[in-house]
Design a protein around this ligand. Structure first.
Ligand code: 5AD
Length: 349
């Protein structure tokens, strides 16, 4: 047992804060024992706030047309092997209808940065969803917009916005993205979203190329300081048609360790056990929950487009109907002592 590591974990549990160098130390001393110790604390912290409940979000992948050319992402602009699609408003509403019937009370519209999803168009769709399902939350995950555009989406009724920061280190950010994209604008978007009043989510991939324990320590410090309501953390998984196609994937263990640490930084955080974690390992999503996550985002996209939203290869993509899929998920969660609930699942702050 490493006393210094356990002491740091205890201190994180008490205060939700460490220095960057301490985060880096914690990451460098990762061991089976440390993993177990921090997970145990993370589960206690999440249970104090959320008990054994798990929130589900219906993920609607509204389109894979994207103007950006991120080095890691399978739907990047220059991937000519990507079969592009865009859902119509009617198709999106149909997904919500189906989701509502099955107990979803949050709908997440996620997609590439596609000019056709102008702020005006997004507002129109959000208003319609909120009119039909006033008891539901709408989360947007559509990338970067101007502040006034985010404000319009918020006024149209959108409740939450997910925009992973991807990395809190500018040099690292520049290795993952083409020169037209900027770290400063990413951060500007996140601060605008939070300031406007969205429940805001940031996040990053574990094991992305050129990531170091130093950049990860910065991610943790950023999360501590920004204090988002949500945080998406999943392993990087290579996609063959990208410049990072031959790079190694992130590991299950490091992802779990980070999930637990982030839970201790902010016990009330809405923290998903991601699809990427479930893709990496058959029981990955259960293990994410057992490391302190409390949200799962099942796919509500039409079966006909699911395979096309391929951010990384072999992305977990059930061909099952929603009901069948949810029954299995519910059983999996019950086996580890957790319960999926029908609720909007807002943050308990
Ligand atoms: N592996 C894992 N996650 C990825 N994302 C994009 N490409 C990959 C990949 N190859 C994540 C990014 C993005 C989110 C929608 O999906 O972090 O923000």
């Amino acid at each position: 047992m490493n006393h210094e590591v356990n002491t740091l974990i205890d201190r994180l549990e008490q205060s939700g804060s460490l220095d960057i160098s301490e985060y880096e130390y914690l990451l460098s001393k990762r061991s089976g024992e440390a993993l177990e110790y921090v997970a145990k604390k993370a589960v206690i912290a999440r249970k104090k706030v959320y008990g054994n409940t798990i929130y589900i979000r219906g993920l609607i992948e509204v389109g894979n047309i994207c103007r950006n050319d991120c080095m890691y992402c399978g739907i990047r602009r220059s991937n000519s092997n990507c079969d592009r699609y865009r859902l119509t408003k009617e198709q999106i509403l149909e997904c919500c209808h189906e989701g509502y019937e099955h107990g979803f009370r949050t709908f997440v519209m996620q997609g590439g940065e596609d000019g056709a999803f102008s702020a005006g168009r997004v507002c129109e769709i959000v208003s319609e969803i909120k009119k039909l399902y006033p008891d539901c939350a709408v989360t947007l995950s559509l990338g970067e917009y101007k502040r006034a555009e985010y404000k319009a989406m918020f006024n149209a009724g959108a409740d939450r916005y997910l925009l992973r920061h991807e990395t809190a280190d500018k040099q690292h950010y520049e290795k993952l993205h083409p020169s037209e994209m900027s770290f400063e604008n990413r951060m500007r978007c996140l601060y605008d979203l939070k300031d406007i009043g969205f429940q805001t989510g940031c996040g990053f991939m574990v094991g992305s190329p050129y990531q170091t324990l130093g950049t990860l320590a910065k991610d943790l410090k950023f999360i501590e300081e920004f204090s988002p309501q949500m945080c998406g953390i999943g392993p990087f998984i290579p996609h063959r048609d990208t410049p990072f196609g031959n790079m190694a994937a992130g590991t299950l263990e490091l992802t779990l360790y980070l999930l637990s640490i982030v839970r201790l930084i902010k016990p009330t955080l809405l923290l998903p056990s991601t699809t990427a974690l479930g893709t990496l390992n058959e029981t990955g999503r259960e293990r994410g929950i057992l490391a302190g996550a409390n949200v799962i985002m099942p796919n509500l996209s039409p079966l006909s487009v699911r395979k096309k939203y391929e951010l990384y290869n072999n992305k977990l993509c059930s061909g099952a109907e929603t009901a069948e899929y949810l029954n299995e998920l519910r059983a999996r969660m019950e086996r580890i002592g957790y319960e999926i609930v029908i609720a909007r699942g807002d943050i308990k702050e």
